[in-house]
Design a protein around this ligand. Structure first.
Ligand code: 13P
Length: 251
């Protein structure tokens, strides 16, 4: 049975005080429970302090992105080795905001995947179609390409380090959530595709989060779908009042 995995992507929000306040509240709420995995992805500059604030708690801490290079003259970038060094557990890779606003393509995402795995980080790899792509009936083609190219060359012994996040771009920050049926259909497709790329066993273990306007009011019905194994939450992960009930809807 796959353990539900709820991650909060804080994006470029919060300040140090509010970030630590949120981390502290989540720490208290989650306690030592082990029936769900909970994670947060704060902005780079707050990672170290959030990691210290969550030391000894089962809440995992990761970065929202990672550089595709190992080290050197790459002004403004942060390497996977640095993230591992300060105690990060994972990195989000291929978020649609990186793809859409910063022009990141599948090849770049794939290089990032390799850098992160080499450094010993786990990964949340995001895939998802735009509204135009959905309306043109291209959802499966798009997520197939993002998954197969994003995962190219990843060895079998690393598969357990990968979580997928299906985030339809049209549902992110728009208040427009994919229906549980729409999301479930794509999750099923991704799991089937994973089984074809690798094997059934690994596909059965693979956790696929849904992301896009997840809120306390819709989390339960989304998480009730068999192939939806958790959520990658943006706006509603910024306050304990909203993120905690989402965590609780997984159990
Ligand atoms: P929202 O939950 O704000 O729609 O954001 C989803 C997301 O992009 C999480 O990575």
């Amino acid at each position: 049975m796959r353990k539900p995995y709820l991650a909060g992507n804080w994006k470029m929000n919060l300040e140090l005080k509010s970030a630590l306040g949120l981390a502290g509240a989540l720490r208290e709420h989650v306690g030592s429970r082990d029936d769900v995995d909970v994670a947060v992805a704060p902005p780079y500059v707050y990672l170290s302090e959030v990691i210290v604030a969550l030391e000894g708690s089962p809440i995992r801490v990761g970065a929202q992105d990672v550089c595709d290079r190992t080290q050197g003259a790459y002004t403004g970038e942060v390497s996977a080795v640095m993230l591992k060094d300060i105690g990060c557990d994972f990195s989000v890779i291929g978020h649609s905001e990186r793809r859409r606003l910063y022009g990141e393509g599948d090849e770049l995402c794939n290089t990032k995947v390799h850098r992160a795995l080499e450094a010993g980080l786990e990964i949340i790899l995001c895939v998802g179609e735009t509204l135009d792509e959905r309306e043109e009936g291209k959802t499966e083609t798009v997520v197939r390409r993002q998954l197969s190219e994003g995962m190219a060359g990843v060895p079998g012994d690393q598969l357990d380090k990968i979580t997928l996040a299906y985030e339809p771009v049209w549902a992110i920050g728009t208040g427009r959530t994919a229906t549980p049926e729409q999301a479930g259909e794509v999750h099923r497709y991704l799991r089937g595709m994973w089984a074809g790329l690798y094997n059934e066993q690994s596909a059965t273990r693979l956790r696929i989060q849904y992301g896009g306007s997840v809120k306390p009011s819709n989390a339960k019905e989304l998480l009730a779908i068999p192939d939806i194994d958790g959520a990658l939450v943006g706006g509603a992960a910024l306050t304990p009042e909203q993120f905690q009930p989402i965590i609780d809807s997984a159990s």
